[in-house]
Design a protein around this ligand. Structure first.
Ligand SMILES: Cc1cc2nc3c(=O)[nH]c(=O)nc-3n(C[C@H](O)[C@H](O)[C@H](O)COP(=O)(O)OP(=O)(O)OC[C@H]3O[C@@H](n4cnc5c(N)ncnc54)[C@H](O)[C@@H]3O)c2cc1C
Length: 407
């Protein structure tokens, strides 16, 4: 029994390890290293899973999450954590049940996987890009590369999504799948930074904020909110809360006439009245100062000119002359600072690709194609996309394990 795995990311490496129990396995990877995308996950720290419950993991994938029941049963987050800890990689759980290697090094995750691949005698063909897949008459597949052709009894496609193409994830698998008769739902960015045309937002470039509440509105209706960190960039806004809420903008902006505005609450811990009291206190402290010099305790320096400008209040005005109405303008800006969203960054910059191989055509108990016996899919290539928090890597490892052990 011979099995080919196309793609040496987390899904492909785990599929190869699982398949090696019953089969002679060859792993094709177009890069000169395995796990090039894995290396940059979690800012190089690799948030490899989430320590939450099975229900929480399923929920992280929205309406398609139920597809993952069997995969998570066959290889859960606990199994994943045991897998690494048993092989000498201690892990730690951080805020939001995010799991990282204690060393904070994604390379250590790759090292464990690569060592296991070697111990299982898996043939690893690096620098080998698969160009085409031919289906053989009496079952089985022919893999075509520039280095020659080879036939296999079973095939697992784990080529990932279509974002960060420099990591090797260029969407080849979607082409292979289509050529084999599979349908691929439309691809779009899932976790993606957002753009604005508002020039003053660009002045805030580099400013990162903790403990803000971001609220996503479409045509005046609130569609979601998230508490946490964000950052201003040269094109607009990014960071964890922005990425988490980005799908709302992606979907809404498909219709040109939709108006998408994200509001930032810079002081979510304070109610309107509490913030008013706080401002009155600051203004008493800076009694004789001009408005422009009285906001230092309240806001990061970079924000002050932008807030002054948007408030329309004369910045030379003495604070003791600021009226209650003017204070209301300031508070409204601090609690509901609008960022008009004009677009999203391109798919190539997304953390995860939304869409992929139609789940209707895959058996969730085995990850096998319903169209071809012996053909399996796993990882981001599937029509599954999870929020941030380690869920996407768990999905890649779980579906990879299930596909490999079903071979
Ligand atoms: C910046 C960034 C940070 C992220 N951080 C996290 C995080 O902390 N936690 C988390 O859960 N998720 C994170 N993700 C998402 C996560 O990295 C992906 O969901 C995951 O890597 C998908 O695994 P995969 O094995 O399906 O595909 P990939 O990791 O994309 O691997 C696919 C592999 O297939 C190879 N390949 C493609 N085509 C061919 C071909 N024709 N021939 C041979 N080889 C081929 C590619 O070179 C690649 O190595 C992050 C993503 C990005 C971009």
């Amino acid at each position: 029994m011979k099995t080919a795995i196309i793609g040496g990311g987390p899904a492909g490496m785990m599929a190869a390890i699982a398949a090696s129990e019953k089969s002679q396995v060859t792993l094709y990877e177009k890069n000169d290293i395995l796990g090039k995308k894995l290396l940059i996950t979690g800012k190089g720290r690799c948030n490899l899973t989430n320590a939450g419950t099975e229900d929480e993991i399923i929920e992280a994938f929205g309406k398609n999450g139920r597809f993952l029941f069997s995969a998570l049963n066959s290889f859960s987050n606990k199994d994943l954590m045991n897998f690494f800890e048993k092989r000498g990689l201690p892990l730690k759980v951080e805020r939001g049940k995010r799991v990282f290697p204690e060393s904070d090094k994604s390379l250590d995750v790759i090292r464990v996987l690569e060592k296991e691949l070697n111990e299982k005698n898996i043939k690893i063909l690096k620098n080998t890009s698969v160009k085409k897949i031919n289906v053989l008459e009496n079952n089985g597949f022919e893999i075509v590369t520039e280095k020659g052709n080879e036939t296999y009894d079973a095939l697992v496609i784990t080529t990932g999504g279509k974002s960060y193409p420099k990591t090797g994830s260029t969407g080849d698998g979607y082409i292979f799948a289509r050529s084999l008769g599979h349908s691929v739902s439309s691809l779009s960015p899932y976790l993606i930074p957002l753009e604005t045309n508002q020039e003053d937002i660009k002045e805030l470039m580099g400013l990162s904020l903790k403990n803000v509440l971001l609220k996503a509105f479409v045509n005046g209706k609130k569609k979601g909110e998230e508490f946490g960190e964000m950052i201003f960039t040269h094109f607009g806004i990014s960071g964890p809360v922005v990425l988490t809420l980005s799908k709302i903008a992606v979907d809404a902006l498909k219709k040109e006439k939709n108006k998408v505005v994200y509001y930032i609450d810079f002081k979510p811990a304070l109610s309107f009245d509490e913030l008013d009291k706080r401002i009155i206190r600051d203004f008493e402290k800076y009694n004789n100062k001009q408005f422009k010099n009285a906001l230092d305790d309240l806001l990061p320096r970079k924000m002050i000119p932008v807030v002054l400008n948007r408030s329309g209040i004369d910045e030379e005005k003495k604070v003791n002359q600021i009226s209650k109405e003017e204070r209301k303008i300031i508070i409204d800006l601090l609690k509901d600072f609008p960022v008009e969203i004009s677009g999203t960054r391109p798919l190539s910059e997304a953390i995860v690709t939304s869409g992929g191989i139609s789940l209707k055509e895959i058996n969730p108990k085995t990850m096998e194609s319903k169209l071809y016996p012996g053909l399996f899919f796993a990882g981001e290539i599937l029509d599954l996309d999870g929020v941030t928090g380690g869920y996407n890597l768990q999905e890649a490892f779980s579906t990879g394990f299930l596909a490999g052990s079903s071979v």
